[in-house]
Design a protein around this ligand. Structure first.
Ligand code: SF4
Length: 108
């Protein structure tokens, strides 16, 4: 088998295929890196995070607004319809849309 030099066109194609594969791999890694926030996480404990807003103790958190949850919080990010979504207060983690923490900020 003879080794032929790559044409410029073939080289550019291979380069673009490699770049596309790199982008896909980075997206998969980013998605895999967003784990669910544990209620036992020190940051979650500090902010009183719960996975079910109905569990919030209003005596402990008097600023709790009835009916508030991650789902209607300004800090919630990601795609509507997902049960767990990223939150700007807990980078790299996903929170339950039914959850709540003391950083709750009403949507505008
Ligand atoms: Fe939920 Fe908002 Fe607290 Fe994030 S900041 S955990 S979205 S209540």
């Amino acid at each position: 088998m003879a080794n032929r030099p790559l044409s410029r066109r073939t080289f550019v194609r291979l380069l673009s295929i490699g770049a596309a594969a790199g982008v896909l791999a980075a997206r998969r890694t980013a998605a895999a890196g967003t784990e669910k926030l544990s209620v036992k996480d020190p940051a979650a404990i500090a902010l009183g995070y719960v996975e079910d807003a109905a569990q919030v103790d209003p005596k402990k958190y008097p600023a709790y607004v009835k009916g508030s949850s991650c789902e209607n919080c300004l800090q919630l990010q990601g795609k509507p319809g997902d049960t767990y979504r990223p939150c700007s207060v807990f980078p790299g983690k996903r929170v339950a849309v039914s959850g709540w923490c003391s950083s709750w900020t009403p949507e505008m």
